[in-house]
Design a protein around this ligand. Structure first.
Ligand SMILES: [Zn+2]
Length: 417
């Protein structure tokens, strides 16, 4: 299968050869090409350039030509932080919060993550696969082509393995590129209340070896937070994960300052995510590390949390990634277009910075930077074509509208949206 897209108004996020993360000032630069063409063969991008230098077509067999006059082409969004395998929903807690309860108070009453865990433990693998496939289809329609999915609603060895096997199955059957993260340390199950150390030893001595044995996880995550897992717990868990060759990713500084960034930098985590309570010292620590700060503007918006110092991080020369945190409790949406709008509106991030954060930087934040996140010859043909738009800045500006018209994943068109 070959695809040629011609008359592209603007081809966004191009790279002549695979580059690295965009950091600091370079996040403000978005390479594009106006009046362009793009060619795809099988699942890879094979070429692009300006229409006036179009080399012509020598072989028309199996070639679909798409005319993108007035439309733009982007690399698909990369969403490096989600919990989109789950059972049930939590809109009752949503109402509790409207009525004045905090996220922590709801968790204290058995709601929150433990509520999702109860529902997940009762669901079959088939039910979880079906509901997750619906969500994957939904985010694909918003332009997402690669996504990280975490376990963490299992909290028993059997249920955590069930979740990770579901994610493994999704990797096989979904057209999206999927990375799996083990998040056994998401909450302390009620049966281990007051015995956190015992649960941590189950994570390190039973869950991680079993997961490594079945090769079920690309990353290991910890919810480093007051009443959940401390900085020392986080380091302990990630050090064991590292022994199995599994890199860390951390829920850090979301509801309070808990030392998650420090733990992440110390353990060489690929990313530290959330960051509402990140300090000046954390920014300094990140400067001397390869750990990618990742913001989740949807969860911050939904929970009404304070704004993370995202602007300061870019100004300090750091790379920044944006993800959705798609989950039933604190962000029941995986719409990356909306996440980008929120980052621009609430965090004073420019459209160029936000697009870099949601493509190439978020690809690196889930270990896919060399194959995803930009329009580059040899990279995965995961792209979307917009509706007719005036500029790329129109996407974040036109918040909550879906301007994605057509998505091509692995060089195949999954159908018009
Ligand atoms: Zn999360």
């Amino acid at each position: 299968m070959k695809i040629l897209i011609k008359n592209i108004k603007e081809l966004v996020q191009i790279e002549q050869s695979p580059g690295g993360l965009k950091r600091g000032r370079s996040m403000g630069i978005l390479a594009t090409l106006k009046d362009a063409w793009l060619s795809i063969e099988n699942d890879l991008i094979t070429g692009f350039g300006e229409m006036k230098y179009f080399p012509g077509i020598s072989d028309w067999t199996n070639l679909e030509v798409i005319d993108a006059t007035g439309k733009m082409v982007f690399p698909c969004w990369c969403d490096s932080h989600t919990h989109l395998v789950y059972a049930g929903s939590r809109e009752l807690e949503f109402v509790d919060r409207i009525n004045g309860l905090s996220y922590e108070e709801i968790a204290g009453r058995g709601g929150g993550i433990l509520n999702s865990a109860k529902q997940l433990q009762a669901a079959t693998e088939e039910e979880l696969i079906q509901s997750a496939l619906n969500r994957l289809n939904e985010i694909k329609c918003f332009g997402t082509g690669a996504v990280e999915i975490k376990s963490g609603y299992g909290l028993t060895i059997a249920s955590e393995l069930k979740m990770l096997r579901v994610i493994k199955k999704l990797k096989e059957i979904s057209p999206l590129t999927i990375q799996a993260t083990f998040l056994g340390a998401h909450a302390i199950p009620p049966e281990y209340k007051g015995q956190k150390e015992k649960y941590i030893s189950i994570i390190t001595n039973e869950m991680l070896p079993a997961i490594a044995e079945e090769k079920l996880a690309d990353f290991c995550d910890v919810f480093c937070e007051k009443n959940y897992f401390s900085k020392d717990d986080t380091i302990k868990i990630l050090e064991v994960a590292a022994k199995y060759g599994i890199k860390g990713k951390i829920h850090a500084e979301q509801l309070s300052h808990s030392g998650g960034i420090e733990a992440g930098v110390q353990c060489g985590a690929i990313s530290v995510d959330h960051l509402e309570f990140a300090s000046e010292n954390d920014i300094e620590l990140l400067k001397n590390s390869n750990t990618i700060p990742t913001i989740l503007p949807g969860a911050q918006f939904f929970l009404g949390l304070q704004i993370p110092p995202a602007r300061k991080m870019i100004d300090a020369g750091l790379p920044l990634a944006i993800s959705s945190d798609y989950n039933p409790g604190s962000c029941p949406s995986g719409n990356m277009n909306f996440m980008i709008s929120l980052a621009c509106i609430n965090y004073k991030i420019t459209p160029e910075e936000a697009i870099n954060a949601a493509t190439i930087n978020s690809a690196f934040a889930m270990g896919l930077g060399n194959s995803h996140g930009s329009i580059c010859v040899g990279k995965k043909a995961n792209i979307f074509i917009t509706k007719e738009v005036s500029s790329y800045g129109f996407l974040p500006y036109s918040f909550s509208n879906n301007l994605v018209e057509r998505v091509i994943l692995n060089g195949e068109i999954p159908g018009r949206i």
